[in-house]
Design a protein around this ligand. Structure first.
Ligand code: TRP
Length: 433
């Protein structure tokens, strides 16, 4: 049986809350127990440095998050569970990828663009407060993923672009140096809830509206008591739609119990009573985990020992793979015999590549990407993959098709027709030799 390798990173820059548990920890731990799955979960502490420059906070959060995942049932025998900074091959790979990544590709990253937009809005210099770390973030993330040749990367929707970029980097590298990397895909869990926080907005530490996963019983009770509700009195029917309280209950209850709560809402349950039921429900699920969590927090050396086992397993793969990649790019011992001939792949001039993919709008797209990562063509959405494929075939055969396909292409700033025509001609020429 072939196994699918899942890999995901958790940035340690805060304290895990119920939203993290329901949206990420719980489904990931469950998924790691499925047959045919190999899981790599890691603490992305190099990533944490991008947004958090408080050493104590990074350190504390690393412990809290590792302890949370272990307390929630992650089995380090089954999952390779490690800390990014324990695997020095990752930053090394980051550099190799940096050198095959177009700067233009990174200019388009959402996180970087958002920082620039904010500066524009507030009348600041475009790159004010933007570190090169934020700019390079997608490359570090690609190194995390490609280092272990992950097939599937479970992430939130906001991270899809980064996975797409990791694919681009993998393809550029493979094209230049031979087939070394698996092209990863994002795995989006559609049926896990994004929890609402105390104030009814999305539960997020940036809104300061979270319920910590391992709050004490007393804190938990108090926080639940503070969840925003409307002013309907006991006996008045209540809406489940948009109710943070109901949604939390649903995330922890069986479908039958959630249905019963839905009826209780319609029948006018008092908010205080609903809150008490929610508290009991969450507390019942969390209590056994909380005991394990408290024990791990009191004995950080136990957590460290688990992470060291994970690091050893991760490095057993990363070290030889990195050796192979170093050799592939020409970083080799001088005393070893020179290769008889340069690999034909690398000798060929680097060609642009067509990429076909599906977006979250359900439509099919293609793009043409130069070997250095620059975007040369971007299609509009096609309803069927066949249509996108046919357009590609036309363009591959004859650069003249550009004209006819104008309506299916998005105009790109800084790319002129001559460049694209030349790229298409190079592709056609390579295909006919
Ligand atoms: N950037 C991710 C986030 O903020 C965390 C992360 C780092 C990650 N490296 C990764 C996720 C590799 C998946 C794969 O959520």
């Amino acid at each position: 049986m072939t196994t699918t390798r899942f890999l995901t990173g958790i940035t340690p820059s805060g304290t895990p809350h119920l939203g993290n548990f329901v949206g990420s920890i719980r489904p990931a731990v469950a998924a790691s127990r499925s047959a045919g799955v190999e899981s790599f979960y890691f603490l992305a502490d190099y990533h944490a440095l991008i947004k958090c420059q408080e050493p104590e906070r990074v350190h504390r959060s690393t412990l809290e998050i590792a302890a949370s995942w272990l307390a929630a049932g992650l089995d380090p025998q089954q999952v390779t569970f490690y800390r990014q900074s324990d695997v020095p091959e990752i930053p090394e790979l980051h550099w190799l990828l940096t050198c095959v990544t177009g700067k233009g590709l990174l200019n388009r990253a959402h996180a970087y663009k958002a920082a620039q937009d904010k500066n524009t809005e507030s009348g600041h210099d475009l790159d004010d407060g933007v570190t090169a770390g934020l700019f390079m973030y997608p490359v570090l993330m690609a190194a995390d993923i490609l280092m272990f040749n992950a097939h599937k990367v479970p992430v939130g929707r906001d991270q899809i672009q980064h996975i797409e970029m990791a694919r681009d980097m993998a393809a550029s590298f493979n094209h230049l140096y031979g087939e070394h990397f698996t092209l990863p895909e994002a795995a989006i869990e559609d049926n896990v809830a994004t929890l609402l926080g105390l104030d009814g907005r999305k539960m997020s530490k940036s809104y300061d509206n979270t319920i910590p996963l391992f709050a004490t019983r007393e804190q938990l009770k108090k926080l639940i008591g503070g969840i925003l509700t409307d002013s309907r009195a006991p006996g008045e029917p209540k809406e489940v739609e948009g109710s943070a309280l109901f949604q939390l209950y649903q995330a922890f209850a069986t479908p039958e119990d959630a249905a019963a709560m839905r009826r209780a809402y319609a029948e006018g349950i008092a908010w205080s009573e609903a809150k008490q039921m929610l508290f009991e429900r969450i507390d019942r699920e969390i209590t056994p985990m909380r005991a394990r969590y408290d024990d791990l927090m009191a004995h950080p050396e136990k957590v460290e020992a688990q992470l060291q086992i994970g690091a050893e397993r991760a490095r057993a793969l990363a070290q030889p793979f990195m050796q192979r990649l170093r050799a592939a790019v020409g970083l080799r011992s001088l005393s070893a015999a020179a290769p008889a001939q340069a690999s034909p792949k690398a000798a060929k001039t680097a060609l642009p590549t067509f990429k076909q993919y599906r977006e979250t709008d359900g439509k099919f797209y293609f793009k043409l990407v130069a070997a250095d990562g620059r975007l040369l063509l971007q299609s509009t959405g096609f309803d069927a993959p066949r249509d996108a494929g046919q357009a590609i075939a036309l363009l591959q055969k004859d650069a003249g098709a550009l004209q006819a396909l104008q309506a299916q292409l998005v105009p790109l700033e800084g790319v002129d027709t001559e460049q694209v025509t030349a790229a298409l001609q190079a592709l056609a020429a390579a295909a006919s030799t």
